[in-house]
Design a protein around this ligand. Structure first.
Ligand code: T3D
Length: 261
């Protein structure tokens, strides 16, 4: 599939999806969401890809739903169908991808555009970045997973304040609140992101996939269930060739080479 609204490339085991409608700050259209889902399927299928970077072209990361695409009578659209058909498959596929994901947040992230950043595992953002749950500003409520991810990430009080006011959260606040992992200059953004992506791409792929699932499970289950889940995953991890070779590498005082086996 050749893409109109995104760029997709793979280099050194790292896939990059770049939203590419900069004139709208990368607002989401149905076509763009279908393309992202298609690219995510490629990331899933391609064993050569070990890490995903999601970013935007131009000065924005993503401004959420393309408001122009809603037409003249937005209140009359079938929003449930729209969410079911486009947003939910995208967010689920991104959040459930069994490979590490990094949002390289190059600029403003608003509405479902912020949800996209939240659905990634890690966020590296540029100085000057802004985040907003703009939904309320247009009389809507958070969707695309924002009300799932946001309170878990920054706590219910801050999540509610963002959702109820649509306030803009600036770069330093985002870092202080734990909305982002790192805040870097424009010049450092690519290097910091891809250094981290390379670190993740050289890790044990099977264990990394399980770590994602373990942490998500841990966030919404009790201790007894979590201990059982950890045991299940640890049994699987311990049976991998990657575990065996990493222990051998430790005693040989060498760096392990993980093969995803
Ligand atoms: O069916 C469904 O609706 C379900 C799904 C809903 C999910 C949602 O995401 S709802 C929320 C939709 N998004 C928004 O409400 C955000 C709208 N945008 C903004 O509030 C602001 O643009 C930003 C805060 C993101 C950035 O502000 P600023 O001042 O840096 O930029 P700007 O001047 O507002 O925008 C620059 C251009 O991008 C501008 O076009 P122009 O005037 O230069 O031709 C603007 O119209 C365009 N743009 C920005 N956001 C969108 C957009 N065009 C279409 N859709 C957008 N979301």
């Amino acid at each position: 599939m050749s893409y109109q609204s995104i760029d997709y490339e793979v280099q050194d085991h790292i896939a990059t999806i770049a939203l590419n409608r900069p004139e709208t700050l990368n607002a989401l259209t149905n076509g763009m969401m279908a393309e992202i889902v298609d690219a995510l399927k490629q990331v899933e299928r391609n064993r050569d890809v070990r890490t995903l970077v999601l970013t935007g072209r131009g000065r924005g990361f993503c401004s959420g739903q393309d408001l122009k695409a809603l037409g003249e009578k937005p209140a009359e659209r079938d929003i449930a169908e729209h969410l079911d058909r486009y947003y939910h498959p995208l967010i689920k596929r991104l959040a459930n991808l069994e490979k590490p994901t990094i949002a390289m947040v190059n600029g403003v992230a608003a509405g479902a555009g912020m949800s996209l950043a939240l659905a990634c595992d890690l966020r590296i953002a540029v100085v000057g970045v802004r985040f907003s749950q703009t939904f309320v500003r247009i009389g809507l409520v958070p969707d695309s997973g924002s009300s799932y991810f946001l309170p878990r990430l920054i706590g219910p009080a801050r999540a509610l304040e963002m959702a109820m006011t649509g306030m803009m959260v600036d770069d330093e606040t985002a870092l202080q609140w734990g909305l982002i992992n790192r805040l870097v200059t424009d010049e450092q953004l690519q290097k910091e992101t891809y250094d981290l992506a390379r670190t993740l791409a050289s890790g044990p792929p099977l264990a990394l996939g399980m770590i994602k699932r373990e942490m998500a499970y841990g966030a919404s289950h009790g201790l007894d269930q979590v201990l059982e889940r950890e045991k299940d995953f640890q049994v699987r991890a311990a049976q991998t060739a990657d575990h065996q070779t990493a222990v051998e590498a430790f005693f040989a005082k060498k760096s392990p080479v993980f093969r995803g086996q």
